[in-house]
Design a protein around this ligand. Structure first.
Ligand SMILES: Nc1nc2c(ncn2[C@@H]2O[C@H](COP(=O)(O)OP(=O)(O)OP(=O)(O)O)[C@@H](O)[C@H]2O)c(=O)[nH]1
Ligand SMILES: [Mg+2]
Length: 208
C-alpha cells in the first residue's frame, strides 16, 4: 500500500491566509481609497474585530488589538495585492466614550455602511460568550432596514464551554433573528473556523 494515499477526512486543503497589507486609516468616507471590492468587519468594541482580521491574514500584529476597548476609532483599511480591500470599522458601544464621540462614531459607521460603493459584504461580529447585546440588536435592525448585506460571525468560540455550545449557538442565532446555520462561529485565538471564513472572504473579494 502506498504511503502517498490521502487519508479521507484529512485531505481538505487549508485555505491560505488572506494576503493583506495595511493601507491607511480614514476618519471620513471621502478619505477612503478606491477599491475593486470591499469586505467590512463591524461589531461592538472589544468583540474581536482586529483579532479576527489578524487571524484571516495569518499575521499577529497586522491590525492593532488591545485589552482596552475603543482603541480602533478610525476606518482602518487593508488591501490585497489585486486591489480589493478589507476595512476594520470603529467598534460601537464603548461605554467610557463621551456622548459626542459616540454620536460621531455612529455617523461615521452609518455613512460608511450606506454609502460605500465597493462594499460587498459586512461581517457583523457578535461576542459568542455574551451573545447579542441591545446595541447589537439595534445594529442588526438598522442593517436590515438599510438593506446592508451582512454575515453574522460569533467570536471567542473558545470561551464557551463545550457543554454549553449547542444551546448557546441556538440562543445566539435566535437573538440575532437568523437560523443557527447562518452564523459562522470562530475563535481567532484557537483558529476555529478561520479557514472557512478565509474561503468565504476570498469568495467575496474574487474578481468578477
Ligand atoms: N479568548 C479569546 N479572546 C479573544 C478572541 N478574539 C479576541 N479576543 C480578545 O478580546 C479582546 C478584544 O479584541 P480586539 O480584537 O482588540 O477587539 P476589537 O473588536 O478590535 O475592539 P475595538 O478595536 O476596541 O473595537 C482582546 O483582549 C483579545 O485578545 C478569541 O477568539 N478568543
Ligand atoms: Mg480593533
Amino acid at each position: 500500500m502506498s504511503h502517498d494515499l490521502p487519508v479521507i477526512g484529512q485531505t481538505a486543503p487549508m485555505s491560505s491566509p488572506v494576503q493583506l497589507t495595511f493601507h491607511s486609516s480614514a476618519e471620513r468616507l471621502d478619505q477612503l481609497p478606491d477599491s475593486r471590492v470591499e469586505v467590512a468587519v463591524a461589531g461592538r468594541s472589544n468583540v474581536g474585530k482586529s483579532s479576527l482580521l489578524n487571524a484571516l491574514a495569518g499575521r499577529k500584529q497586522l491590525a492593532f488589538t488591545s485589552g482596552t476597548p475603543g482603541r480602533t476609532q478610525l476606518l482602518n483599511v487593508y488591501e490585497t495585492p489585486d486591489g480589493a480591500t478589507l476595512v476594520d470599522l470603529p467598534g460601537y458601544g464603548y461605554a467610557k466614550a463621551s456622548a459626542k464621540d459616540r454620536a460621531a462614531w455612529r455617523r461615521r459607521l452609518e455613512s460608511y455602511l450606506l454609502e460605500r460603493e465597493p462594499l460587498a459584504m459586512t461581517l457583523l461580529l457578535v461576542d459568542g460568550e455574551i451573545g447579542p447585546t441591545t446595541l447589537d440588536r439595534e445594529m442588526l435592525a438598522w442593517l436590515r432596514a438599510g438593506d446592508v448585506v451582512f454575515t453574522i460571525v460569533a467570536t471567542k468560540h473558545d470561551k464557551v464551554r463545550s457543554s454549553k455550545r449547542e444551546r448557546r449557538k441556538r440562543d445566539l442565532a435566535e437573538g440575532c433573528g437568523v437560523a443557527p446555520g447562518e452564523v459562522v462561529w470562530v475563535s481567532a485565538q484557537r483558529g476555529v473556523n478561520v479557514d472557512r471564513l478565509r474561503a468565504m472572504v476570498a469568495g467575496w473579494l474574487r474578481p468578477s
